[in-house]
Design a protein around this ligand. Structure first.
Ligand code: FES
Length: 272
């Protein structure tokens, strides 16, 4: 280094070292459509999940437990819950029990590589789209607080595996009827099944998962099992964006289904 280079990240796209193009961008297509749709979709989910997480009601309709409220970690859960119920927070917790558990899937999605791209573009316009300059004067990437915390994504991945395991257990319990007899299948069981498949597909398609499974290997030939697993995860990983959206919609639908049945607006049709 000569000491005369412009300070890294000091001026965004308007630094003297960047091409001096007066037009804000040269794109002629409707480039704003994708970030606008992304922002709209994420906003809808945020509004819905905030309402449901704080509602603290209608999250249990035997044998279904809303995925927003499972596992229950406080004493104030609805009685006769079918799902995992570990009251490690005891009786002092007076708020909705969903708030104790949602931080894990929320943290997982918030730090996800795809969602980062989505909300950096959709909400923060950094940048709004490819080849469209961002309006901010400075660009520091993810090198400083708070965005440097995005690096904890791999730890949220481990938490997400646990949560997916618990939701799998809830899905197995959905094969009972309202009297807890096994062998039941309602429309809700089907909704839970689709949701858990999408949750697992999204979780396993994670970039951190791909690295954990197949990263830091010098010779794939010496690790045939990990190589095979890495190939599977890679196939899912190629569809990470699709799975991120599909599982977001499915988890909201599974919760909404439980809400409809629990609130008495709808009767769970029995398939067998
Ligand atoms: Fe999206 Fe890990 S990169 S969940």
């Amino acid at each position: 280094a000569t000491g005369t280079e412009p300070e890294l990240n000091s001026g965004g796209v308007r630094t003297p070292t960047r091409a001096a193009i007066a037009a804000p961008h040269l794109r002629t297509d409707r480039w704003w459509l994708q970030p606008a749709a992304t922002a709209g979709g994420l906003l809808a989910f945020i509004v819905y999940s905030t309402w449901r997480a704080f509602a603290n009601t209608d999250y249990y309709a035997a044998p279904y437990v809303s995925p927003f409220y499972s596992p229950c970690l406080a004493e104030n859960c609805e009685p006769m819950r079918a799902g995992p119920n570990w009251e490690i927070f005891g009786g002092w917790w007076g708020l909705s029990p969903a708030l104790l558990i949602l931080i894990f899937p929320l943290g997982f999605r918030l730090t996800c590589y795809y969602y980062r791209k989505a909300y950096y573009r959709g909400f923060w316009a950094s940048p709004p789209a490819c080849a469209v300059a961002e309006p901010h004067k400075k660009y520091t990437g993810e090198t400083r607080f708070p965005l440097i915390l995005q690096n904890i994504h791999r730890y949220f991945f481990y938490a997400a595996i646990l949560v997916a395991g618990i939701l799998t257990y809830d899905t197995v319990l959905a094969f009972r009827d309202e009297h807890y007899e096994w062998g039941h299948m309602g429309l809700g069981t089907l909704v839970f099944l689709v949701n858990i498949v999408l949750i697992w597909a999204y979780t396993l398609s994670c970039h951190s998962c791909r690295h954990i499974v197949g990263g830091q290997l010098k010779h794939f030939s010496k690790h045939p099992v990990r190589y095979r697993m890495w190939q599977w995860v890679g196939k899912l990983n190629a569809r990470h964006m699709l799975l991120a959206w599909a599982s977001l919609v499915s988890v909201a639908l599974a919760d909404f289904y439980v809400y409809l049945v629990a609130s008495g607006a709808f009767d769970d049709p029995r398939l067998f």
